[in-house]
Ligand binder design. Sequence first.
Ligand code: FES
Length: 107
Amino acid sequence: MSTASRFKARPSTNHFISLTIDGQSVLAKPGDSVAAAMLAYSGDAMRHTVKGSPRAAYCMMGVCFDCLVEVDGYPNTQACMVQVKEGMVIRRQQGLRKLKKEPTGGE
Ligand code: FES
């Protein structure tokens, strides 16, 4: 039986994508998911449930819904299913969120 990993590291790059997580500037690699970028940034909870329990990415494949975050004003976005984009604004969710995009600005 081969001991070689089925997983391969992506090639290193000098190109990074700039985005913000809860107002903090963060650099991520092109092709990273939002969840991967958030885990690399802090490893902290991505959201808190209504009762205040912390949740973070678990399955990384769109099944568990523990990675819900707000992306560019759109709540309840699965962070593991979205790739980072330049200028993306990501916010951790606290408790219940509305189903539609919330107005931005004037906070
Ligand atoms: S980590 Fe499970 S749905 Fe995103």
